[in-house]
Design a protein around this ligand. Sequence first.
Ligand SMILES: Nc1ncnc2c1ncn2[C@@H]1O[C@H](COP(=O)(O)OP(=O)(O)OP(=O)(O)O)[C@@H](O)[C@H]1O
Ligand SMILES: O=c1ccn([C@@H]2O[C@H](COP(=O)(O)O)[C@@H](O)[C@H]2O)c(=O)[nH]1
Ligand SMILES: [Mg+2]
Length: 255
Amino acid sequence: MLRRGCSLSKLILAAKPSLINQVMFHLHKLVISSLTILNVSMTKVAYGLSFLKALSTEALNLADAPIQSKARSPTINFVLGGPGVGKGTQCTRIAETYGFTHLSVGDLLRKEISSNSEYGDIILDTISKGKIVSSEVTVKLLKMVIESSETDRFLIDGFPRSEENRMVYEQIIGIEPEVVLFFDCNEEEMMKRVLHRNQGRVDDNVDTTKERLRVFEAYTLPVIRYYSQKQKLHKINAIGTEDEIFERLRPIFTT
Ligand SMILES: Nc1ncnc2c1ncn2[C@@H]1O[C@H](COP(=O)(O)OP(=O)(O)OP(=O)(O)O)[C@@H](O)[C@H]1O
Ligand SMILES: O=c1ccn([C@@H]2O[C@H](COP(=O)(O)O)[C@@H](O)[C@H]2O)c(=O)[nH]1
Ligand SMILES: [Mg+2]
């Protein structure tokens, strides 16, 4: 018995450390679980904070972001064609009839000249020679006008004039045009229309128009080919009266 008692007490004694161990084990588990819960909560708080931080960074960067990533997503159509073909004339009518804002990049540049802006002299020199103004200047002007406009549907007349113009536009503004119009006409008719325009434009003379025709063929036709491949191009026969040409445009804007 005694032996038994002894062994019982031994057993009790032996059981004690294991009991203590078990208690310790459960305590340890409890502490670990609490710490885990605490850790998860801390991580959530940290994530929440970094999420908020990300949001505020995004908000700060919006000023420099491409226009399309802001809340609004304007509709843009390009209007191309050689000098004097009638882009401006038809744009005025499309804008009035179908509710677009007509942005003639040539007009924007001429405004820069008359307002004596920092680029005025170089723009005047470039236009007088019938060459293409730096993409940096034209895209910057376009971006400013589109961003400050209260309307969201634009006809961009006379741009992009080169593949380089197009690529800079894509990088900085990045709104895919929905439609690209190309007014097509022979060179003699274009020359005749330019020389009869009579609006006092510095480039409305034979030599500058010849250079503009050359620039159109060398630099603008590749842009026209690009949009033709992308199936965005609408080629319009620009021979005929203003009314006849406008009738040819209607199906594009009414479907
Ligand atoms: N269908 C037409 N037939 C005859 N003359 C036209 C026709 N359409 C426009 N014109 C005239 O041709 C001249 C050039 O037209 P407009 O200014 O619209 O051309 P544009 O393509 O904008 O030229 P630019 O690229 O030089 O700005 C203007 O005097 C205009 O009145
Ligand atoms: O995107 C553009 C648009 C125009 N220019 C220069 O302006 C003149 C006149 O332009 P119009 O569209 O005929 O009014 C053009 O010959 C170019 O010199 C430009 O450089 N880039
Ligand atoms: Mg014009």
